[in-house]
Ligand binder design. Sequence first.
Ligand SMILES: [Zn+2]
Length: 272
Amino acid sequence: MNLTDTHCHLYFKDYHGDLDQVLDRARQQGVRRVLVPGIDQETSLEVIALIEHYDLLYGAVGVHPNSGNNWNETTLPVLTELASHPKVVAVGEIGLDYYRDRTPRELQKRILKDQLDLARESEIPVILHARNRSETDRSCLEDLLDILENWLEAADFTTDPAGFRPGVIHSFSGNLQESQRAVKAGFCLGITGPVTYRNASTLREVVRETEIDRLLVETDGPFLSPQAKRGKRNEPAHVRYIVDKIGEETGQQPAWIADQTSANADRLFIWE
Ligand SMILES: [Zn+2]
């Protein structure tokens, strides 16, 4: 297996006692790389410490919408500095969250836009979070896609030697129409544990209908454990369950899904 976990919060206290064993299990399962995204300035600094210590790990730095109230005039300069680290391969996770609504929406949008511009200046892609208020109120993902489309219209990708690679909508939870809009704009979709849940028929439809070259797999550990590990802490080795489920849905061998999704991650993040 050639697996890549493109999203795991390994700095959370859930991993403090046994991170070495967690990463050993990941390697044994065939996980070649794990991308660790920050959620605020403090955790972005923890990301740097982790990626400098472990070969397996790469990082993203950014402020999550639920941490937006701590944003101040020094945040962007600090993130800009961290984003220049050779093992920092993206800005994230950033986005909008209308479920928790912990940060005023106008502030969420401003922070998101500032960090989208940071990604462009740093010539790295973005890792995006969007959580709708409810199944029927889909304005969060809609607002995110509006902002992304406007950003792409104004952004200049011609200076990036890697070309056009805007980013990924992580733990994608939209419907088919929304997935098509995101893919058309140029984004990848990150597929997480919920694809294995019984009630996730919409997400499985998205997986079947999306070209394989736009799918990434991710655990979002310690959250979103796949069905087989539900109730337990999630960790990078469990990315295998997501690959298996995508294989089942698309009629492909898991090893092939693993190769394809890892190649997609290689193209998007260009690990040094
Ligand atoms: Zn996350």
